[in-house]
Design a protein around this ligand. Structure first.
Ligand code: HEC
Length: 136
């Protein structure tokens, strides 16, 4: 092999590594984020039951941190489906984040019923995705 083509090959391999392995969001990443999200909603629920704003706030912060990272599983999907799954995931994540913010705000404004209501909507959002994702 000529030096020139060796360089090209190395470059291509490097590109493949960067593009598909190093920065890809794996199933393990998703499971880890989901487990943290579950821990976060537990903490928020505990905050509501004990009337403790700190748990509600800390839970919401943890929830937002991990929800903002999630990406859908899109193995073997065509470009259109991948795009659709990605957009849907980002939209649902945005809803969860904004509902978590609302919940904290409402609790701080001494509107615990509304705060609980927004929290329930967060859980509904989790379930919406879990029900739909099996079709992807
Ligand atoms: C955009 C879609 C989506 C949303 C929104 C979503 N999930 Fe998930 N969730 C998944 C998928 C996909 C899996 C399966 C994980 C896998 O096998 O890769 C999963 C799995 C889980 C699991 C099981 C993890 C394990 O150890 O196997 C938990 C717990 C979980 N989600 C909690 C939540 C909570 C709590 C929320 C809401 C705050 C939420 N999820 C919102 C897609 C979603």
């Amino acid at each position: 092999m000529k030096k020139h083509s060796k360089q090209l090959l190395a470059f291509a391999l490097f590109g493949t590594l960067i593009g598909t392995n190093i920065f890809a969001y794996s199933d393990e990443d998703r499971i880890k984020d989901m487990q943290q999200m579950e821990k976060a909603v537990q903490q928020m629920q505990k905050g509501f039951l004990y009337n403790n704003i700190k748990d509600i706030e800390d839970g919401a912060t943890l929830l937002k941190k991990h929800t903002s990272k999630i990406e859908p599983p899109v193995k073997n999907a065509d470009e259109f489906s991948k795009n659709y799954a990605y957009q849907t995931t980002k939209r649902e994540a945005k809803k969860i984040i904004s509902l978590a913010n609302e919940s904290v705000k409402e609790f701080k404004e001494h509107r615990p019923k509304q705060a609980m209501n927004s929290f329930t909507k967060v859980l509904k959002q989790c379930m919406t995705c879990h029900a739909r994702i099996r079709k992807w």
